[in-house]
Ligand binder design. Structure first.
Ligand code: ASP
Ligand code: MG
Length: 419
């Protein structure tokens, strides 16, 4: 008994589980898939138990969406998810084949086979639980578990998907469920950058970033990780890294904020192009109007982001300006038109050539003057601010899309982030 439990503990200590996630560009074609198979083999040879999560080949999910759109304007949500999930089915099986060719034990897993159980909100399902028995048995048999990212199964026994970029969330959720030693997200950049290096040449790679900062950057438009995956990693303390699948570099570690981490500069600048601004003018200045407007948008799950309301001079009418994802604009316009009579506002206008720029950094908590630097820098460059919003560690401004690259470059420099 004693010996057995001793051996068990010892085994367990050596038995590191690692989750490796490969994004669309890392599985873009068969040569790439063969290449990452070699990387996975190295990890197995180190003695680790390996769970791999894969995305669809780059571009495939977009093509699948087009196929559905050409079939119907109003596809049943669950069938839409069923089509979209197929991209990951192909890559997980191809990768398992490539691993088998390298004499590794392996098998591929679809979401429902594990199962990864989600709620029934098709298209953006939330993971409710992950059954660990099947994969645990597979790992005990020294198999590499190759999991199709982005998908799960609902209580109605239908396939669900986790929203665009959802394979990151699958990977982090698997790492949490299996108490993995680490969760490595392999992608086409070598880590998290201070801002988009395609726009700001002087952007630099960060060695570390806190969960909170990463969550804000991802929520504000940085595409390197799905925001939900970061929130999940923060909740379960998952040891998360972003690194390149093409180069052997250390990447960026996402870590807990420590006491000794007071930095003087901000960590990053994000931009989001998927923004639309709506202004409703002449809204009668009385209680309940904002509730009416935003309540009607919430019915269609439209996420309202930045909001400003002007104070009325004569206490008769106000203007309300807010932003929503550009992709929801048509629905929002229809909804607002419907409530015009009931509320009795004058008119509404919408604009899509706007971009949201956000500066993010935990340092903001303890330092004043960050907003001042931001506004002064924009003013110096003659960039007009439409809307402002803030959180504890973030300041966002909405500006005309004509100036967003200039804004990003000048802010990057003003906050001392240039290499
Ligand atoms: N294939 C899905 C997408 O393109 C999920 C992912 O890649 O993470 O959004
Ligand atoms: Mg992604």
């Amino acid at each position: 008994m004693y010996v057995l439990s001793y051996i068990y503990i010892k085994d367990n200590r050596n038995l590191k589980i690692v989750v490796l996630k490969f994004g669309g560009t890392s599985v873009a074609d068969v040569p790439q898939i063969k290449k990452i198979a070699l990387k996975i083999k190295e990890e197995v040879e180190l003695g680790n138990k390996v769970i791999v999560v894969v995305s669809a080949m780059s571009g495939v999910t977009n093509n699948l969406i087009d196929l559905v759109k050409h079939t119907s304007d109003f596809p049943p949500y669950s069938e839409y998810d069923n089509v979209l999930s197929t991209g990951e089915q192909v890559t997980s099986a191809l990768l398992a084949i490539a691993l088998e060719r390298l004499n590794l034990r392996t098998r591929s897993w679809l979401g429902w086979q594990i199962p990864i159980v989600t709620d029934n909100t098709y298209g953006k399902s939330v993971i409710e639980k992950i059954e660990t028995d099947n994969i645990s048995t597979s790992l005990e048999h020294n198999e590499v578990a190759v999991v199709s990212g982005f998908q799960g199964v609902s209580s109605e026994n239908k396939i669900t998907t986790l929203g665009r970029g959802g394979s990151d969330t699958t990977a982090v959720a698997m790492a949490a469920a299996f108490s993995a030693d680490r969760c490595d997200i392999y992608t086409d950049v070598d880590g998290v950058y201070t801002t988009d290096p395609r726009i700001v040449k002087r952007a630099k790679k960060l060695d570390i970033i806190t969960y909170e900062e990463m969550l804000e950057l991802a929520s504000q438009g940085a595409k390197v990780l799905q925001a939900r995956s970061v929130a999940l990693a923060m909740k379960y303390g998952v040891n998360l890294r972003v690194l390149s699948s093409f180069e052997n570099l250390p990447g960026t570690s996402i870590i807990k904020e420590g006491n000794n981490m007071e930095k003087s500069e901000i960590s990053g600048i994000a931009h989001s192009l998927n923004e639309a601004k709506i202004t409703i003018s002449g809204v009668p200045d009385k209680p309940g109007q904002a509730a009416e407007i935003f309540g009607s948008l919430a019915q269609f799950s439209i996420n309202v982001d930045m909001i400003v309301q002007s104070s009325s001079i004569n206490q008769k009418a106000t203007d309300i300006t807010f932003t929503i994802p550009e992709t929801d604009l048509l629905t929002a316009e229809k909804t607002i038109k419907k409530i015009q009579k009931k509320i009795g506002f004058n008119k509404f206008t919408s604009e899509t050539n706007v971009v949201k720029i956000s500066v993010v950094g935990s340092a903001m908590r303890n330092q004043s003057g960050m907003a001042n630097i931001m506004f002064k820098t924009l003013a110096k460059n003659q960039i007009n601010i439409h809307v402002i919003s803030t959180s504890e560690i973030k300041i966002s401004v909405l500006i005309s899309s004509d100036y967003y690259e200039l804004a990003m470059r000048s802010l990057h420099s003003a906050f001392g982030l240039d290499i």
